[in-house]
Design a protein around this ligand. Structure first.
Ligand code: UDP
Length: 239
């Protein structure tokens, strides 16, 4: 293991579900505090952190449309949900004295800044955590695609996807006891084997721009710091 961080700038994707912890819906303040602690460790050793937050703990356009709502309206609600999550994470980070700014792909004057890549880069260079909310700003996309997009835009060295499982498996490890974890995969393997790591748009974008992805278990304390310091936690997806 190295003693200096392996990455200077990362894009961290946190799913909305991750924020709800043991609760079935909404945001668990205990989880927020833990996330703040882990991100604080990274900032403390000089890693620049961009974050894309999901909204699945509140609303998903697809689920709403299956329940009868218009899909685009549902996606708008999902994107607004990510802004609420971003505000909650900013609050937790700032209570831990981590300077944080929230940008939204959808202008929301008076609440958060409108996304501006150059301002985001300046903030990151100054050690601020920058949270990118409202996904890509477009319906029919996901925050995984937003994570790859923003990661590529800000020249992050890696997109880290924190999930509920400790990597990518040959099958769903909760359903199939024979499932085996991959240490590394190529984008093509992910696409060919239809390993639901991220949606196809996100994987294709990452592949086109050579953006490495690492999927890891965000519920295991210390994982983020381990990855940053060079441990091969979870599954790495590269060309
Ligand atoms: N969404 C969208 N466009 C985007 C990103 C998100 O329309 O660029 C909507 C979509 O309805 C999605 C919801 O916001 O279901 C919440 O995002 P996501 O499902 O990616 O959240 P996660 O699964 O990471 O919690």
């Amino acid at each position: 293991e190295q003693r200096t961080p392996r990455y200077k700038r990362i894009l961290l994707k946190l799913s909305g579900e991750a924020l709800m912890g043991e609760l079935g819906f909404g945001i668990d303040p205990k989880v927020l505090d833990r996330i703040a602690l882990e991100i604080g460790q990274l900032v403390g050793i000089g890693v620049q952190v961009g974050i894309v937050i999901g909204g699945g703990n509140l609303f998903r356009g697809k689920a709403l449309s299956e329940a009868g709502l218009d899909r685009v309206t549902g996606d708008h609600m999902g994107m607004l949900a990510t802004v609420m999550n971003a505000l909650a994470v900013r609050d937790a980070l700032e209570r831990s004295n981590i300077t944080t700014r929230v940008m939204s792909a959808i202008p929301m004057s008076g609440i958060v800044e409108h996304y501006d890549r150059r301002k985001a880069m300046r903030g990151l260079n100054n050690g601020q955590v920058v949270i990118f909310s409202a996904g890509t700003g477009n319906p029919f996309f996901t925050t995984d695609s937003a994570a790859c997009l923003r990661g590529i835009e800000i020249n992050a060295e890696v997109v880290l996807k924190g999930t509920n499982v400790d990597g990518v498996y040959t099958a769903d490890p909760k359903k199939d006891p024979e499932a085996v974890k991959y240490d590394t995969l190529t984008y093509t393997e992910v696409l060919d084997k239809q390993l639901g790591v991220m949606d196809l748009t996100a994987i294709c974008l990452a592949q086109d721009h050579n953006m490495p992805l690492r999927v890891y278990d965000m519920h295991e304390a210390g994982n983020l710091a381990k990855i940053i310091m060079g441990s091969d936690v979870g599954t790495l997806i590269v060309n």
